[in-house]
Design a binder for this molecule. Sequence first.
Ligand code: EPZ
Length: 430
Amino acid sequence: MEQYVIRGGNPLVGEVDIGGAKNAALAILAASVMTDETVRIDNLPDVRDINVLIQAMEEIGVSVQRTDRHTVIINAAGIQDLLVDNEYIKKIRASYYLLGALLGKYKRAEVALPGGCNIGSRPIDQHIKGFRALGANVRIAHGRVIAEAEKLTGRHIYMDVVTVGATINVMMAAALAEGRTIIENAAKEPHVVDLANFLNSMGANIKGAGTDVIRIRGVEKLHKTEYSVIPDQIEAGTFMFAAAATKGDVTVRNVIPKHLESITAKLIELGCEVRESDDEVRVVASGPLTHTHVKTLAYPGFPTDMQPQITTTLALSEGTSIVTESIFENRFKYVDELAKMGANIKVEGNTAIIDGISRYTGARISAPDLRAGAALVIAGLAAEGITVVDDIYYVERGYEDFDVKLRGLGAMIEKASTEKEIQKFQLKTG
Ligand code: EPZ
């Protein structure tokens, strides 16, 4: 098992290029099976979740050609099987996007129940409600979701909670339904908009993505397209908070500053200087960090996927901060790991009360999920001494070359798989 071994204490300085958005790319990849014509997708991040989804698509007969690390050419004309189930697909959340995509195109799909990070109970009732409203028969059997329909018919659907996954799934199925679908209380995240733009580039008729009412006029078929995935808001935000926690000066490049507004606003409250230009944001943290309060919310609120990173940074800020997690009920598991590094954080229900300390001390810790894993790396970078982060498998689900990009900013971080390698790193950097 690989680990990150980190010698902390260096401010991160320099420029880093942000890749394509994992969560947009997962939806777009799944949606690419909705046409028999050839689709080209650029700016695809080379991360584990994406590669698992590609493999599952290949297993049902989709041809996926990787022309370079970040580009794929997809043709789904040869799909033979509408059953998606393997050992790996069960571990990712986005497997369920193949439900909406295949149901829309073939009016039938059978997909293993989705896994993903263990951050709460993560029901799929809104997905099922949406498919049923469109006329599908949906049941769960043998660990799979089975959806089938004679035909899909557009409907007025009200989502009981704001959900990215269900909004995306219903949007895909409705794109090939008969008539008009209206999704009310829709999620507004950038990846919802990116998927709508992708589907529209294939001939779909979707309006209102990015607002809470999405209107979809079903079309008979979708056609070929070439599309580039938007930059990853969460990867960018992670580097921005890494700059703050290490008192650094980092420019994140190839981003859409508008998508980073809630993150930028919090960094300014913490006392950082944030300068935006066309497709870059620079974060300078020269003075002491100050406390603030934050509550995670659906977009354009502060993202739940940035909660561990801001908590980790607030633990190094003067005064008392409060972080409230309002999207997932079990997303503070990493706090026990931060405590090993000296953090003073008390979790009560969905709230963390943080008393700032002046410095973390390096420790052996383990990543409980993707974003928490990234946050623990940030803690290691800001800590005195050596930190070893176990279970980096999680981090690699969503960050491409995380260690390489951090080294480019002056961080002392390497991957190691044995105690000997850890010792070697200690000697080399000591
Ligand atoms: C997506 O998960 C992301 N995953 C998550 O990113 C992200 O944290 C989350 O959206 C919120 O932004 C992918 O895009 C693959 P939701 P998703 O449906 O779609 C409740 C990461 O680290 N809900 O928006 O699963 C649910 O329990 C991952 O990259 C229902 O009640 O999230 C939650 O409280 C982690 N019923 C809230 O809605 C449903 O049918 C939001 O969930 C669906 C969801």
